[in-house]
Design a protein around this ligand. Sequence first.
Ligand SMILES: Cc1cc2nc3c(=O)[nH]c(=O)nc-3n(C[C@H](O)[C@H](O)[C@H](O)COP(=O)(O)OP(=O)(O)OC[C@H]3O[C@@H](n4cnc5c(N)ncnc54)[C@H](O)[C@@H]3O)c2cc1C
Length: 423
Amino acid sequence: MSVEKVDTLIVGGGQAGVAMSEHLSKCGVPHLVLERHRIAERWRSERWDSLVANGPAWHDRFPGMEFPGADPDAFVGKEEVADYFVAYAERIAAPIRCGVEVKEVRKNVGRPGFRVETSHGVIEAANVVAATGPFQHPIFPNLVPEDARLLQIHSSAYRNPGQLPEGAVLVVGAGSSGVQIADELVRAGKRVYLSVGPHDRPPRGYRGRDFCWWLGVLGKWDAETPGPGTEHVTIAVSGARGGETIDFRRLAAQGMRLVGRTETYNDGVMTFARDLGQNIARGDANLMSLLDEADAYVARNGLDLPEEPDARKLDPDPECVSNPVLELNLAEAGITSIIWATGYTVDYSWLKVDAFDDKGRPKHQRGVSVEPGIYFLGLPWQSRRGSSFIWGVWHDAKHLADRISTQRKYLAYHAAKRETEPA
Ligand SMILES: Cc1cc2nc3c(=O)[nH]c(=O)nc-3n(C[C@H](O)[C@H](O)[C@H](O)COP(=O)(O)OP(=O)(O)OC[C@H]3O[C@@H](n4cnc5c(N)ncnc54)[C@H](O)[C@@H]3O)c2cc1C
């Protein structure tokens, strides 16, 4: 039986796969995208029901197409985001085959290229682009035993408040997912504890411009990948209800109980670090520094943007911050469920090539791996802060398509040279 052959195989039909297809088409590189479910499946079915984009529609999109029918300043819902990528893929006639899972990729022996085992047979590819997402596997800390008679789910499995049993909820992690989920639960009448670690919290808007605009003009989306060992700091932002600045003091005033970083669990008792005040102060400092930079930018460029002194006003620390709970008996607090909003990791167990460090992380430069012919796309901080976001992945894909096309030209040159050589 003949084996299907393709020049460049893209694994994953999310925004990264669609962007890659667009740029490869522009470079004239024959390719195929394999997606195990549907286009942009994660937006469709692996997020909570009420999720809207964290950035406004004018910003969180590819350059080539606006969100059809959306107010550019609106934060579009997750289904509209998924629909956008389906429409985009149609518009660029992306060769995407859905319902096909890549099971294994191995190097060919004694010749270039890769053998790709899929759920629908074998494909041979000269290049493979792993576009399987920055957030593949939920990080689920092994802290509370399964028999603790609590519902424990990761934020990726949270859908809506109705899914949880009666009783209070502990949400661990106050990045964009944790804080939005905790807020939704408080609004649904739940008693909620939120475990808050170090975080950045930019203002939703300042002086009439969204923070996405400020991060853009201040060059912060283009900030380069932090060096190895740099601590990852989560960012707490939300587009919910038209977009609001995340303000932990306001959330506490609305009834949310804040605690520090979750540390241990023993015999029904959870302990929290003493770092809550420090974490809140750090978030405040991050907010203020962005306001300072924004003001300096306005002054330097003589922009006519209205002053907004109220953005710097902070309410006094609530009781839960000034006198933080360090130990909590979960049963006594009435807690019946825990939501771990503790992030994700990558899983390339299907990619059997020598392109990873001893922790399983891709070894690459801007997505070009150390294994010739293998490329990564959509990694957090692949080339800059914006890399895993909608617009950022589009730019990284352009770079990879350029690299793949350049490599093909080298190979074509040698082939052409051989043809002209005397026999
Ligand atoms: C809660 C949340 C909210 C976010 N909000 C925003 C936002 O507002 N704005 C923004 O710009 N970014 C946002 N992001 C970040 C980012 O845009 C998304 O995570 C996005 O889904 C990443 O796209 P991707 O194509 O790189 O990966 P994914 O969307 O994860 O796509 C990868 C695809 O690969 C497929 N796949 C995986 N393994 C295989 C295999 N072996 N074979 C075949 N197919 C496979 C998967 O089914 C999936 O469809 C958010 C992320 C999260 C978690």
